[in-house]
Every structure is written in structure tokens, then in C-alpha cells.
Design a protein around this ligand. Sequence first.
Ligand SMILES: Cc1cc2nc3c(=O)[nH]c(=O)nc-3n(C[C@H](O)[C@H](O)[C@H](O)COP(=O)(O)OP(=O)(O)OC[C@H]3O[C@@H](n4cnc5c(N)ncnc54)[C@H](O)[C@@H]3O)c2cc1C
Length: 430
Amino acid sequence: MRTPLRIAIVGYGTGGQAAAVLLSRDGHRVEVFERAAELGPVGAGFLLQPVGQAVLWDMGLLDAACMHGARIASLYGETATGRAVMDMRYAELDARLFGLGLQRGALFQLLDAAWTEHRVLHRGHRIVDVDVERGALVDGDGRRHSGFDLVIVADGAASVLRSRVAAAALDRPYPWGAQWCLAPMGDWASADVLKQRYIRARRMAGMLPVGTRPDDPVPRLSFFWSVPVGELDRVDVDREAWRRDVAEVWPEALARLDGIDAPNALAQARYRDTTHRHWHRGRAVLLGDAAHAMSPQLGQGVNMALLDAQALRDALRAEAMVPTALQRYERERRAHLSAYHFWSRALTPLFQSERDAAARIRDLTFHPLSRLPVARGMMLRVLTGTRRGWLSTFRLPRGFADVLATLPVARHEAVRAPVDARRDAAVAID
Ligand SMILES: Cc1cc2nc3c(=O)[nH]c(=O)nc-3n(C[C@H](O)[C@H](O)[C@H](O)COP(=O)(O)OP(=O)(O)OC[C@H]3O[C@@H](n4cnc5c(N)ncnc54)[C@H](O)[C@@H]3O)c2cc1C
């Protein structure tokens, strides 16, 4: 883009952080407004897919991410009685690909350290209004921040600002959410597998190796426990009943939570399903979960937020006028995303609901179906983030898959974790 823009970003989550790095590096003057007074990630860990890894590669951060993250070769789900429900292996799509289990804190710190140019970060600034025509923001104390050529609204799944930019075509909460935390990896055997266990769709636990953080050498697992939203709100949780429920699904996973005040110390997650007819209006544009919140069933949200930031940077490079650049950004990202929204909406009730009959069909059909070459290819494309729309392929950058073979591999020694794993878990997601 010929002249540097003055850009405001609301929200310093993954999408806001990536946009701040990429746009500052292009010479734009970026200011971020984040409501939290203390900066830091919310939640435990996540799986970075090849499409998200490619964005970190573009930013020069993939080596560092690989030094901390855990390489994940497959996703394996089974019933509590040991019946395989899914077994998806990256190598069956391409032997060079893998998922990268990462702690949220690791990605947060890498992106934060990478934002060095013209860094202006207003913490403790909750934005309550956006003037999309004039490019201005109003914070919770009534202060007006104005004169922006572009306002990027990246305030997450529970965005209160997205409706200022575009009316939602769909915006509803999911009836089920999750509790999650980090636990020490210790001698956990499945070091390269995202493993899940289910009892029908009523109970689901997940364990994802997520490696270390720059400020913490203890390799960890990200534990996920599915719960109805009503349970998340309960103050009188029966701790022993909770532990019995987890033990029924997966006693080995419960054993990893020793030393953690579960479930009290676990972070909580609620999800939304949101779509918009447009992603931009006037000088404002939506990015990340604010644009396309979905259930984490497909594990794509971080990846899509990173891709959004990269696509916005590229559109601003390619187009001389901001409105045309925003149109290009929206077109590009919608073309990629549409099928993910559909699949996450369709699959979530099969894993988080009281639909026992649907879960039984899942248990009987998923695994055999996933062994059929066409279905397997389609599932792996969705898993890796490389499905574009319904029928096309999202191309990874030229040379990227070969680069993966040359990246450093973290050797995560089993270090005994301090008992204060609670520190990582005690922040609630909204
Ligand atoms: C249990 C669970 C597991 C998941 N697993 C995966 C996974 O394996 N892989 C994956 O890719 N994705 C995963 N996701 C999804 C992923 O976490 C999100 O899609 C991603 O974090 C979205 O990034 P974002 O930047 O859009 O929003 P967020 O990361 O939510 O950031 C929003 C930021 O905006 C700030 N903010 C909010 N309101 C305001 C305001 N009014 N003013 C100023 N600041 C504000 C917030 O404090 C926050 O810092 C998972 C999600 C959950 C809940």
C-alpha cells in the first residue's frame, strides 16, 4: 500500500496480535486496544494446523513455535470401552505434514515479542463503541480515540462490537461448552497424538500434548472436558462426582490432574455460532472469531484468525483503496471458511449433546467411513485446514511442506511440574 495507514485493532488475542505484527511490519501505524489490564492468553492449549503454521512461517516464527510445540501425528478418538471412532493421520494426506500442539501462552509470547515496530498497546481499555464512518472508538471511560483510517474489530467470539460493523445473519450460543487446563506431561505415552474419549455425546475428554513455553520448560498436556453450559455456571459443584465422571471416561486422564484443584481451577469456555452477510462497513472490518465464531470441534479458530490477519495484510498490499482491500479480504476469507462453519455446526451435537442415538450412529459409522479413501481425504483436508469452500483445495505456500522437514524438533524431556499448574488454568474465557 502506498501510504501508511493509521490502524486501530480492538482485541489482543491471536487475531489482533498477528494483525499488529503483520501490519506494523508493512509500515502502518498500529494501535491496539485490549480490555485486559494484565496481558496474557486465556485457556490451555490448541492444535496449530499446517495452514496456521504457514502463517507463522511467513512471520518468521515457525522455528521458535516448533522448538516449544509438540508435533502431533494423528487424532485418535475412542469410546470409553475402547472402540475406535476416529483415527486421522496427517501422513495419510502428506508425509511431511503434522499438527503442532502449542500452549496458548507460547503463541502469545512469540507473537508479542514479534511486535516490535511502532508498538502502541493500550491495555485496560475496554472498547464499547465503534464509529465506523469516522474511524473512531469509545472506551469504557467515555474517552474517544479517533482519526483511524481502519478499525479492525478482533474482540473474539463474544464480541460486543461486531453488530456495529455488520448485522449478524446468525448469532447463537452453543448449549455445551468446556472446562480445560494444562497438566504436566510426565510419562504420558501418546506424545504425538491428540486423543479423545467419549461416552455417547454426553461425556468427552481430550488430551493434547502442547510442549513448553518460553518461560516454562515443563512439557504439558492440554486437558479438555465437555460440559453443558448450565453446569459451567453452577457454584455448588460436587468435586467428587466430577472426578468420578472423568474417571468413568478416562482414569489415566484424571490421574494427570493430580495437584490441580479440579474442576474449580479449570478455565471455562463457551462457544458461539456466528455468521455475517458482510464483514466490513465504512472504515471497520471484522477479524477472527468476531467475524466467524464457531465451535472448536474442528480446532480451526486460531488458524483461521492467523489466516485472516495475513489475508488482510495481503489485501492492503494489493489494493490502492481501503474499501476495495476490505472487499478483497472478505471475499478471500469467506471462500476458505464456508465449509468449516457448516461442518463444525453439524458435528458438534454428535460430540456434545444428549443425542444418544446420533452418538451411537457416530460410534458405528465414523471409523469405517474414515477408512474409505474419498471420505478420508476430505476429512484430512478439513482437519489440516486445507479445504477451501466445498470442493477446492487451499494451497499451502510453495516450498512450505518441504520446509517442515527441516524445522527443529523439540525434545520434551519429562520434567516434574511444580504443583501450581493452577496458575495456567485459573483464567476464565468469556
Ligand atoms: C476449548 C477450546 C479449544 C480450542 N481449540 C482450538 C484448536 O485446537 N485450534 C484452533 O485453531 N482453535 C481452537 N480454538 C478456537 C480459538 O481459541 C479461537 O478461535 C481463537 O482464539 C480466536 O482468536 P481471536 O483473536 O479472534 O479472539 P480471542 O483470542 O478471543 O481474542 C479476543 C481479544 O479481545 C479482547 N476483547 C474482548 N472484548 C474487548 C473489548 N470490548 N475491548 C477491548 N478488548 C476486548 C479479549 O480480552 C481478547 O484478548 C479453541 C477454542 C476453545 C474454546
